[in-house]
Design a protein around this ligand. Structure first.
Ligand code: PMP
Length: 449
């Protein structure tokens, strides 16, 4: 039996409420490939049936309004806005900095030092920090640093993990695992990328013996693709030990989990400290153009081009016109300071909301014998449609993706939005009532089945 309402009924209801978004999408399609600026954002939408993403006109707190005036409780926003849309402290910081000179102040600013100090005070592995412009840049630079530091070339990544669209890491994100995820990536670009399997300590040991790894990169908590699942802690600890013993730089991709799971990110939440961390999204207060990497001085030091006797080609060069730009620094500081000042309470609060949503949904699924389960970690909640228990990321393949799409699209018709198939990213500005609404609407939907 199919779970949920019939597909065409849901799609008709959604299309009836989004005619202006459809017009905008069609206009955009003529001048922008696929009509959107981020390939993944169009993936779940069956545009051939006229179902298009909502175009957002305004957003504040936990809400957003589309071009048709529909109000949604926003659980998506690319997992960026842990403090919600237009947080007053962030808006104030942006306005003040815009008036003081904007993003490009001409040269260095004291805002950079203040923000670096804030990050060092929050993130366990951070002894030094440098900024860049996105999460993609952050992971790209982190592996460059690891390679320059170790003077080795191979990099390990786990099947299923997404680390941004940079050529060397854009492999084995989704099936087929033996091909790059995009055209235009020559095989030379990823010939030094070795794909690893999570929760396979033996395989990991073998790979580390076989390859001279500069680094292994992973998400301690899978923020984007893999349903908010936490890496198995025993496996993560083994990974930490094996990398340490073999001089392999362990890079945590905390682009989503950073400043969310705890003030110090997944590494604080799980108590495992990497050598380097790639950061994005919240590091710039969620305003865009936000990225950075941090880590142990011993490793980060290879970025320094001013060491006597060190040739430029020995150092890891990281640059970018807008790296450390003043708007990101001001907005990022305001956001992180807000999180820091709350001494973990905002993080614990959002995590508690996530726990509550999972608990209530799972109780309901069980009582009603519905083949679904709510999974994820803390504030990352994900509803999967399968009866197969999902313990490891490998188990996610069992989910019924079509059922997931129907559920999320119906939820959108009820004013609850996340990208179909994606996590509900709960933020510190969502309320208990928002979670009531989310769980009640899910129950209502599934009772209609
Ligand atoms: N790493 C992870 C885990 C991500 O989720 C993302 C983006 N969603 C990136 C890296 C890339 O970040 P950006 O989109 O800022 O380049």
């Amino acid at each position: 039996m199919e779970i949920g309402l019939k597909l065409d009924e849901i799609e008709r209801a959604y299309m009836a409420m989004t005619p202006r978004s459809k017009e905008l999408f069609e206009e955009s399609m003529k001048i922008t490939p696929a009509g959107v600026h981020h390939a993944s954002m169009i993936k779940p939408w069956p545009i051939e049936r006229g179902v298009v993403p909502p175009f957002i006109h305004e957003a504040k707190g936990q809400y957003m309004w589309d071009a048709d005036g529909n109000k949604y409780c926003d659980y998506f926003n690319h997992g960026v806005l842990f403090l919600g849309h237009a947080h007053p402290a962030v808006v104030k910081a942006i306005q003040e900095q815009a008036a003081r000179g904007g993003a490009m102040m001409g040269d260095h600013t004291d805002l950079q030092i203040r923000h670096v100090k804030k990050i060092i005070s929050m993130v366990p592995c951070a002894e030094e920090v440098r900024f860049c412009n996105s999460g993609t840049e952050a992971t790209m630079y982190a592996i460059r640093i690891a390679r320059a530091y170790t003077k080795r070339e191979k990099v390990g990544k786990f099947a299923g993990d997404f680390h941004g669209a940079n050529d060397q890491l854009y492999v084995a994100v989704g099936a087929p695992y033996d091909k790059p995820q995009s055209g235009g990536i020559p095989s030379d670009c990823y010939k030094n990328t070795i794909v690893l399997t999570e929760n396979d300590v033996e395989g990991l040991e073998k790979a580390v013996k076989q390859h001279d790894f500069a680094a292994i990169i992973c998400e301690f908590i899978h923020g984007s693709g893999e349903a908010g699942m936490q890496m198995d802690l025993d496996f993560l600890k083994a990974l930490r030990e094996i990398t340490e013993e073999n001089g392999v730089v362990l890079i945590a991709d905390e682009v989503i989990s950073g400043f969310r799971m705890a003030p110090g990110g997944a590494q604080e939440y799980l108590g495992v400290t990497p050598d380097l961390t790639a950061m994005g999204k919240m590091i710039g207060g969620g305003i865009g153009g936000s990225g950075g990497f941090c880590g142990k001085s011993e490793v980060m030091e290879i970025v320094n081009t001013k060491v006597p006797g060190r040739e430029r080609w020995e150092a890891a060069i990281t640059c970018g016109t807008f790296s450390g730009n003043a708007i990101s620094m001001a907005a990022g500081y305001a956001a992180l300071d807000t999180i820091d000042e709350a001494k973990g309470e905002l993080n614990r609060y959002a995590n508690r909301l996530g726990d509550r949503a999972r608990e209530e949904l799972n109780e309901f699924f069980e009582a009603q014998k519905i083949k679904a389960q709510a999974i994820g970690t803390g504030s990352l909640v994900n509803v999967q449609f399968t009866e197969k228990p999902i313990q490891y990321v490998q188990d996610l393949a069992a989910t019924d993706k079509k059922a997931q799409y129907r559920y999320h699209l119906w939820m959108a018709t009820q004013g609850i939005f996340t990208l179909p198939g994606c996590n509900f990213y709960i933020s510190a500005v969502h309320t208990e009532e928002d979670i009531d609404f989310l769980t009640e609407k899910t129950k209502e939907y599934l009772k209609k089945a």
